[in-house]
Design a protein around this ligand. Structure first.
Ligand SMILES: O=P(O)(O)OC[C@H]1O[C@H](O[C@H]2O[C@H](CO)[C@@H](O)[C@H](O)[C@H]2O)[C@H](O)[C@@H](O)[C@@H]1O
Length: 280
């Protein structure tokens, strides 16, 4: 069965969106449509070592081709922008990293969200402290303006990691973001995937968002808010299923894909319904 037919709709939802109907409606307004993608668990499979992760085979080609068919393709990730660019070196993408604390609209020019800058020294110190104070099994990922504490190799440490992160967050006025076997400490600024998406869709009439994790729910909500305010806006939320956060993300989505391996096949099918366009 072709991938478009295997994308599933949430059971019980009224007037469910079929993938084909959504894509046909998208083709009619491709000049005003943006496709957003989360990175880990969506465009790339989950692995123990975050540095070793590469995109799923077929993703690079499909995303490159999609960028020639719609007005914009953006990545919205908790990874640093430099990491995202390294995985998509020559593809014309807008990149939002660190939950929108970093953005790259023009290749090579990364902009930092100014209110986050004063947190840089504290994050450096917290990463050092985490290395010293947390068990060796916890992988500390320092990302300049945030620190991710990974417990994938020892899931039983989740509560200890959470308690440590909570203590640091309350001492220093930081925010905690939970994800797939990871707890992240972030600056206490009003920036997340939802605010990034809300900002980007301002002058668009159509947006798709593909995500798998709890941090993606804010982006799903941003599409819902815009739809409620603008009946002509087409918003499509696609959940990439997984056994960890999949249920919560799937419950908030219009369409479901069975894991990151299903994404390139879905996009290839989608391309058959989206004609190439000449960009100005
Ligand atoms: O917003 P995303 O692009 O989905 O980034 C979320 C986190 O992704 C990475 O961690 C996750 O993927 C790792 C590699 O597969 C995996 O080992 C880990 O358990 C997952 O949580 C990344 O390392 C984090 O910094 C991101 O916050």
């Amino acid at each position: 069965m072709p991938p478009l037919d295997t994308a599933q709709e949430p059971s019980g939802q009224q007037a469910p969106l079929s993938p084909t109907a959504a894509l046909k409606a998208t083709a009619e307004r491709a000049d005003n449509c943006v496709f957003f993608f989360d990175f880990d668990g969506t465009l790339a499979p989950i692995q123990d070592d975050p540095n070793a992760v590469q995109v799923t085979p077929g993703v690079l080609e499909a995303i490159s081709e999609l960028a020639a068919r719609v007005r914009r393709v953006s990545l919205v990730s908790a990874r640093p922008v430099d990491f995202l660019r390294s995985r998509f070196p020559d593809v014309p993408l807008t990149l939002h990293g660190l939950y929108g604390l970093e953005s790259q609209y023009v290749p090579g020019k990364t902009i930092t969200y100014p209110p986050a800058l004063p947190f840089a020294d504290l994050m450096t110190e917290l990463a050092r402290r985490a290395e010293r104070e947390l068990p060796d099994e916890v992988l500390v990922e320092f990302k300049r303006l945030s620190v991710a504490l990974h417990y994938r190799s020892a899931p039983e440490l989740r509560d200890a990691v959470h308690a440590w992160a909570q203590d640091q967050a309350s001492r220093h006025g930081l925010r905690e973001q939970e994800g797939r076997m990871v707890i992240e400490l972030k600056p206490s600024v009003q920036r997340d995937k939802g605010s990034v998406v809300a900002e980007e869709i301002e002058d668009f009439s159509c947006a798709w968002y593909f995500g798998d994790d709890l941090g993606d729910l804010a982006a799903f909500r941003a599409l819902a808010v815009r739809e409620a305010a603008d009946p002509n806006f087409l918003g499509v939320r696609v959940a990439v299923r997984n056994p960890e956060t999949g249920a919560e993300v799937a419950a908030a989505a219009d369409l479901h894909l069975e894991g990151p391996a299903a994404v390139p096949a879905f996009l290839r099918e989608a391309l058959t319904l989206l004609p190439r366009r000449d960009k100005p």
